[in-house]
Design a protein around this ligand. Sequence first.
Ligand SMILES: [Fe+2]
Length: 187
Amino acid sequence: MSNLEELNRELEEKNLLGFWTFVRESAYEPSSFFEPCMWKWKDISGALEKAGEVLDLTQSFRRFIGFRTPSVKMGTTNTMLLGAQLVKPGEIAEAHHHTMGAIRFVISGGGAQTTVNGEPFPMEPGDLITTPSLSWHDHYNGSDRPIIWLDGADGPFIKYLGVPVGFPRTRSNHRLTAIAGKIRKRA
Ligand SMILES: [Fe+2]
């Protein structure tokens, strides 16, 4: 055994790691953490329709179906979970907040509203609404048609940092404290 091999063994026994043992040419090669995957909209919309029949919002405060990549344990990518959500006419997806930042991009339906920290944001197809980390938000569909949006959050990244992703919900809805468009006007 060479002197270097002996040192490496000594370090290993003491739960130490010599930098020279893992820096290799391959460490500088680009690599991916997961395999590609594709989801068909007909499968997603069909599953949401079925979930709308068998699951009401008293059973789960979100009717959300995630896009799970098989090579990623609980996520679409190693940093994000994307999915689709359905809110039926008259339903309120109750208020909550979390450490995750989230986005939602409206696909179909309309006439609904997401309230973020007391400010209502109307939801129509093509709209993109963000909810920053820790902001309270709920969704209300006051229209007569179902609304579906793509929903994404950085939960896997937050989890990787060792931070809890959510908190217990403490209110069923939250009061409107701002008029619609306040943030747009401020910008
Ligand atoms: Fe949320």
